[in-house]
Design a protein around this ligand. Structure first.
Ligand code: GDD
Ligand code: MN
Length: 379
């Protein structure tokens, strides 16, 4: 006999009694064991009366963060722990958390209490009323702030913010914010095109093409971290540069980019000739020969780009000097990366000299194009 479900139940099952959440709060964590309990209780008081769920996305932290979260969630059905094994990446963690909810709205907030959870309610009000599709916690609008940051960190953040704003043309005071709330359908529509690496999910989201979004900013003061350590390191910076490059190259006038690449290809020839002369002919060390070749190729490239690629903005007379200097300054960073990559491949992996050099050139060239378009030949 097959069993048949009764047509009417005296009471709906427990799960059906719980209303589905209106808001999902996503907390990415890596080694935040000492912070999660306090964060949960702060969010509980901040969101009292709102139907929400709290989704932690932990990248298998060695300090046992995930276990702490599960302890907390045992008597809190609205708290979940999504533990990822063998993966790292802040953006990817946040995207996955947001994809795991059916709530119409989702927020992301850091797990170390540096973001002000009491601002979540104001963000939700903006989304509910339709006044915004994305509500961004901002340190750089009236009422916001960066607390007691060191001078260095403040200046680095300012520089990154300025670069990001110029390259993406976003009219947003804090595009680097890691604290924001948005409509989850917007996230789902753009998710396939987002980078899962790095810290700049918001920038990536807003710079990705799609329906025009209403973005509003809510001021907050960035707090000091009291427990655990920041995971921001040089790799995060490289990820950030990659993201900027991807976004700026994608928007560049194609003609200019093609021309710049052609000049670059010519530069490769110049580079290889000088390199083989210096390395094989003059018996210079590989690093020194590579550096010399880079410098010569850089200067030749500047002059050719000036009359060819940027003929419409050609620098003349005394303006050639600051132009050449800014080109060299920009290229110096590219050249450092170039020499670094090449020497690293050559020394550590025993790669052939010309392949090492080529790899260095590719890395340097991408950087050079993006930066000189902005600073050397600005329109
Ligand atoms: N799951 C996961 N995986 N979480 C991570 C990872 C990762 O690879 N890396 C960092 N996190 C978590 C941290 O545990 C923390 O909860 C949050 O992401 C932010 O990391 P921090 O290392 O504390 O970042 P921060 O304070 O230096 O940077 C903050 O400010 C920046 C602006 O200055 C963040 O809010 C950034 O998003 C923001 O851009
Ligand atoms: Mn932090």
């Amino acid at each position: 006999m097959t069993s048949v479900l009764p047509l009417t139940d005296p009471a709906p099952p427990l799960t059906a009694q719980l209303s589905s959440p209106e808001l999902a709060v996503i907390v990415p964590t890596f080694n935040e064991a000492g912070n999660v309990a306090e964060l949960v209780s702060r969010i509980e008081s901040a969101l009292d009366g709102i139907a929400y769920e709290l989704i932690f996305v932990d990248d298998n932290s060695p300090d046992g963060t995930a276990e702490r979260i599960r302890d907390l969630s045992r008597d809190r059905p609205h708290v979940r722990c999504h533990q990822r094994i063998g993966r790292r990446g802040l953006s990817g963690a946040v995207i996955e958390g947001m994809m795991a909810t059916t709530a119409p709205f989702a927020a992301v907030i850091d797990g170390d209490m540096q973001h002000d959870e009491t601002r979540l309610r104001a963000m939700l009000d903006l989304l509910r009323s339709g006044a915004a599709d994305v509500a961004v916690g901002s340190r750089y609008v009236d009422g916001g702030g960066t607390g007691n940051w060191s001078e260095d960190r403040r200046r680095a953040s300012e520089l990154a913010t300025r670069l990001a704003r110029r390259m993406t043309r976003l009219a947003l005071s804090d595009p680097m914010s890691g604290f924001f709330m948005l409509r989850t359908d917007v996230l789902r529509a753009r998710a396939p095109r987002l980078s899962t690496q790095g810290y700049k999910l918001l920038l990536d989201l807003l710079a990705t093409p799609g329906e025009p979004l209403k973005v509003r900013e809510i001021p907050y003061v960035f707090r000091a971290r009291t427990r655990g350590e920041s995971k921001m390191d040089s790799k995060v910076l490289i990820d950030f540069l990659e993201l900027l490059l991807a976004k700026s190259l994608g928007r560049a006038v194609p003609v200019k980019f093609i021309l710049f690449s052609m000049v670059g290809a010519l530069g490769v020839v110049v580079h290889m000739v000088i390199l083989s002369l210096a390395f094989q002919g003059l018996d210079l060390g590989f690093g020194a020969a590579q550096a010399l070749a880079t410098f010569v190729a850089m200067t030749v490239n500047f002059f050719i780009n000036n009359v060819f690629t940027y003929h419409d903005r050609r620098l003349r007379g005394w303006k050639l000097l600051p132009g050449w200097l800014s080109f060299c300054a920009a290229s110096a960073v590219g050249a450092l990366a170039n020499v670094g990559v090449a020497v690293y491949l050559f020394d550590s992996f025993g790669a052939v000299w010309w392949a090492s050099a080529l790899a260095g050139i590719v890395v340097g060239a991408a950087w050079n194009y993006a930066v000189t378009a902005l600073y050397t030949w600005k329109s």
